[in-house]
Design a protein around this ligand. Sequence first.
Ligand code: PLP
Length: 397
Amino acid sequence: MSYSMNTYSRIPVAFTHGKGSWLWDQSGKKYLDALAGIAVNTLGHAHPKLTRAIADQCARLIHASNLYQIAEQERLAEKLAKISGMEATFFCNSGCEANEAAIKLARLYGHGKGVESPGIVVMDKAFHGRTLATLSATGNRKVQAGFEPLVPGFVRVPLNDIQAVRDVAAQDKSVVAVLVEPIQGEGGINLTTMQYLRELREVCDRQGWLLMVDEVQCGLGRTGKWFVYQHAGIRPDVVLLAKGLASGVPIGACLARGTAAAVFKPGTHGSTFGGNPLACTAALVTLEAIEEEGLMENADRVGAVLLGGLRDALAGRPGVVEVRGHGLMIGVELARPCGELVGRALEAGLLINVTMDNVVRLLPPLTMNDVEARQVLAILIPLVSEFLAKAPVAARA
Ligand code: PLP
C-alpha cells in the first residue's frame, strides 16, 4: 500500500545512490543512466563540486524570502543574462511555473498594448506543463482531457509551418506572442528547423509579438550551445528554463529582454521559494561546471557517437520511422508502440524512456563519456533489433 497519490505508473525500482552516469538500486544492481531524470541531472549524479557547494550553502542559508535581497539570486541572474543575451530573470521552481510566468507576462504585455483578450500562438505536440494554463498551451489531448474548461487564449499551429503563423498574423489581431520549444521533448524529439526559428523571429518583429522559447528540456548545453536558439543566431524576447538548470535541485526561470523584461512590476508576479539561495547556488555551480569541464563540447561529441551509432544500426530498417536528435537529445521513432523497451532496458541495466508511445528517448547527463555512450549503444541496439524482429501481436493473430 502506498500513501503517495496515484499520479504515476511507476517502474518498480528505487535508486539509493549514483555516481556520474551510474545509479544503484536497493538490491545493489547498477544501471547506466541515459535519461538523467528526464534531462535534470546535468552533471550526472553526486558531482563532487555540486554536492560540496550545496552542503556549504545549506550550512550557511537555505532559504531567504524574496522580501529581501538575495545575493546568490543576483549572481545567477547576471550569469544567465551573460550566457543567454537576456536582461532579467524571474525565478520559480519548475518548468510549468516558468511557462506560467511567460503566459502571464505575454498577457500583461498585450493589455499594455491595449489588446483586450491577448492570445498566444502555440504548437501541435507541444508540452509546457500541467498547471491549468500550461496544459492548455500543451498540444496533447491526453494531458488536457478531464480538466476542461481549458484556459482560453491559445491559437495552435503545426510545428515548422511558418505560413500557418503568417496566416494567424493576418487574421487574428489579438495575438501578442508565440511560444515554442526549439526541440519538442515530450512531443517526441521533434526538431524545429533553424530557418523556422529565424522566420518566427521575423514574424514576431513585424507584428510586435514576443517570441517566447521554452528551453526547459532542450536548453542549457544539451545541444552543444547554451541554448538551441543560439544555433539559429536569433535572440528571443523570453526564454524559459528549469529541469537541468540546478542539476537536480528544483528551480525554474523566466528570462526576458527589452520591453518584455520590464513588464512585471512589484506585485504582478511572485514565488515563495523561487530564487532561494540553495537552488541558485546549485544552478551557479552547474553553469560553472558546464563551462569548466567543457560539457557543451562533450554533449556535441558524445551526442554524435550516440546519434551516429543509432543511425548506422537502425535508420532505414523496417519498423524504424526516424532516428533524430541534436547533441544529447535523441529520439528513435518506431512504427508501433514500444513502451516495453523501457522494461527490457531496465533488466539489461540501462535507463531510457519512451515518449508519445513510440519514440525511444535518450537524454543522458552532459557528463556522459564516449565509453559510456558506446555501452548505451551496445545494450540498446540489440534490444530495439529484437523488438523489430518480433511481429506485432495484431499481425501474428
Ligand atoms: N516545458 C517543457 C519543454 C518540458 O519538457 C516540461 C517538462 O517535461 C515542462 C515545460 C514542465 O516542467 P515541470 O515538469 O518542471 O513543470
